[in-house]
Ligand binder design. Structure first.
Ligand code: 5GP
Length: 111
């Protein structure tokens, strides 16, 4: 997608502090962190939101979770705990229209 900032990060056209990369997944630090650990995990392929992922491409979610487990260990929050958030669509206040999962941790999060 031409004007998608996360696609530009994937293509190297915008900078990002990358923490994980595989063939299908990229993860980088959130530009405006809401916790000591705040990582965004995205599929390299553009989907506006999880609703746009077809059944036959849903394996991307497994790849994202492989990344999340590895990142949680690398960031040292695997033992203390962390939150995974996906905002989908307008009512969830999804700001960037490219599927992404937030990993939030490094402090006690509000319930
Ligand atoms: P959403 O509300 O869509 O779930 O969250 C989008 C997230 O992307 C926000 O936490 C925001 O800080 C982050 N973000 C927006 N633009 C950029 C950017 O250019 N680089 C990085 N690293 N994060 C961004």
């Amino acid at each position: 997608m031409e004007n998608c900032i996360f696609c530009k990060i994937v293509k190297g056209e915008l900078p990002a502090q990358k923490v994980y990369e595989s063939e299908k997944v990229l993860a980088f630090k959130d530009i405006n962190p809401k916790a000591p650990v705040h990582i965004l995990v995205i599929p390299k392929k553009h989907y506006d939101s999880i609703i746009d992922i077809n059944d036959d491409e849903m394996d991307i979610i497994s790849h994202i979770h492989v990344a999340i487990n590895k990142i949680a260990k690398d960031m040292g929050v695997d033992k203390t705990g962390f939150r995974i958030v996906n905002n989908c669509g307008e009512d969830a206040c999804q700001e960037v229209k490219h599927v992404h999962y937030h990993i939030l941790g490094g402090k006690k999060l509000r319930a």
